[in-house]
Every structure is written in structure tokens, then in C-alpha cells.
Design a protein around this ligand. Structure first.
Ligand SMILES: C[S@@+](CC[C@H](N)C(=O)[O-])C[C@H]1O[C@@H](n2cnc3c(N)ncnc32)[C@H](O)[C@@H]1O
Length: 247
């Protein structure tokens, strides 16, 4: 079926399309393109994501202001673990004891991450993000970036519930922010990364992403124990910050 230029470049994104499929989520997708895609995330994270700043302010800042105790962080849907490696380096430089558990459900991704991450502060686990409690029952911090839009209907709510029950101090969940402008930019610029899944997955991921309003509604019921904010972040991104309310 032929698609019009309008549906390719400027589709109706009023609703999230959780049925759209990303190539990187298919078990049989091309291995070398998957590895190239993971390598590229290190660059795009550096350029477009606010993860490093959020982790520095919220996690490193919290560790410094709470007496430098040994802490644990879980990174859900960790990909090549580039963010975790940067965080581990920062913690070490400041002599902070932070153990990072990286969880990704794709064995191919985990094999790649293990081949590039030799940091002793990082443990890489192959499992579904929703099952993180089996590996780290009560992490001090939960972090994820670019995972939410991969989750299906109902999974996002289950993840938020698990995080709210188990996390001890703060959670930071960053992702793409669905908008027509960002979708247009993805459609125009992602073909430059033709050696990765980006030309297909970039626009698809934008149709699967959430808006600030949707995530505010989904996190509204997390309970009295949490102060939660959902904000727009750098280029085409948003983040949820949850802070445990101390009584
Ligand atoms: C777009 S990549 C992001 C990787 C990394 N967080 C980054 O930003 O560079 C999404 C990752 O989430 C993983 N993933 C998707 N669904 C998952 C799930 N239910 N549980 C754990 N990992 C998942 C994928 O295998 C993939 O490595």
C-alpha cells in the first residue's frame, strides 16, 4: 500500500502507536546493523539526551549530599551501557562507591555490551526490565533512557509500579517525547545513519513514544511516598524524576 508524503513526514500523532514495530526489537534482525545501531547510541546520547546531566545532578549530587554511602543503581534497557560507563567513571573520580546493574532483555545486545564494558563497577544482566527486582530487590536509584517507547500497552504501568515499590531514593526515566516536529526531524535526518536501524526505527520510535501529558497521567497514582515530575528535556526528549518523600 502506498503511503502519502503527509503520512510519511507529518503523520497524525495524536495517539501513541504501540503496534508499530522497530527492527531492533525483532529477534532475527541483522546483527551487524544492530551493533552499529548500539555504537551510534553513544554518539546520539552525547548529542541529544540529558541523561548525563540528570545522573550527575540527581544521583551523584544525592550521593555527595547524603554522606557518600555505598549505593546501587539499576539501568533498565541499558543497550551498550555507555551511560553506565560514564556514570561509573564519574563516581570513581569522586571516590563514590556506586554499583550499577545494567539490564537488557536482548542477548545480542548484552553480548555486545559485555564485549565493550569491562568496568568492575558494572554488572550486566540479560532479563526483562520488568523483572529487575529479581536481581536487585531494592536499588537506591533506578534509571532508564530510551526504554519506555519499547514497552507495550500495560507494561509501562507495571514498570512504574515496580519502580515505586522497590526503589529506595530516586528514579529517572528519560525517553523520546512524541511530536510531529521531532518525527519530521527523525524522518529527514535518520537516513544519514543508513548503516544502522535508525532510518526505519527513528520515525517508528517517535510514533511509539509518550507525551508529557500522558506520562503525567500514568504516574499520577504512584502513591504518597513519591514526589514525581514529568518535564521536557533536550531536543525531542522528556524525563520523569521521582524522589522518595522522607517523612
Ligand atoms: C533504544 S535502545 C536504548 C539503549 C540505551 N539505554 C541507550 O539509550 O543508549 C533500547 C534498549 O532497550 C532494550 N529493551 C527493550 N525492551 C526491553 C525490556 N522489556 N526489558 C529490557 N530491555 C529492553 C533493547 O534491547 C535495547 O537495548
Amino acid at each position: 500500500m502506498k503511503r502519502s508524503l503527509r503520512t510519511i513526514f507529518w503523520p497524525d500523532l495524536t495517539r501513541r502507536n504501540s503496534e508499530a514495530i522497530e527492527l531492533m526489537d525483532l529477534a532475527g534482525s541483522c546483527g551487524w546493523k544492530l551493533r552499529n545501531t548500539l555504537r551510534c547510541f553513544s554518539l546520539t546520547n552525547l548529542l541529544f539526551s540529558s541523561s548525563r546531566r540528570l545522573l550527575r545532578d540527581q544521583v551523584i549530587g544525592d550521593m555527595l549530599s547524603s554522606g557518600g554511602k555505598a549505593r546501587t543503581l539499576v539501568d533498565l534497557g541499558s543497550g551498550s551501557c555507555d551511560i553506565a560507563r560514564g556514570l561509573a567513571r564519574t563516581a570513581r573520580r569522586l571516590e563514590l562507591a556506586l554499583t550499577i546493574y545494567c539490564i537488557d532483555r536482548d542477548k545480542r545486545v548484552v553480548d555486545f555490551a559485555r564485549s565493550v564494558s569491562k568496568d568492575g563497577a558494572i554488572r550486566i544482566i540479560c532479563d526483562d526490565a520488568l523483572n529487575f527486582g529479581a536481581h536487585v530487590p531494592e536499588p537506591d536509584y533506578v534509571f532508564s533512557t530510551h526504554l519506555l517507547h519499547h514497552l507495550g500497552e500495560g507494561e509501562v504501568e507495571r514498570l512504574f509500579d515496580a519502580v515505586a515499590v522497590r526503589c529506595r531514593r530516586k528514579f529517572i526515566i528519560e525517553d523520546l517525547c512524541r511530536s510531529r516536529v521531532s518525527h519530521f526531524a527523525m524522518t529527514v535526518f535518520s537516513p544519514l545513519f543508513g548503516f544502522t536501524f535508525a532510518p526505519v526505527d527513528g520515525p517508528v520510535s517517535m510514533t511509539r513514544a509518550f507525551t508529557v501529558g500522558e506520562l503525567k497521567r500514568l504516574t499520577a497514582g504512584l502513591g504518597d511516598g513519591w514526589r514525581v515530575q514529568v518535564n521536557k528535556a533536550a531536543v525531542g526528549h522528556l524525563y520523569i524524576l521521582g524522589e522518595k518523600v522522607r517523612k
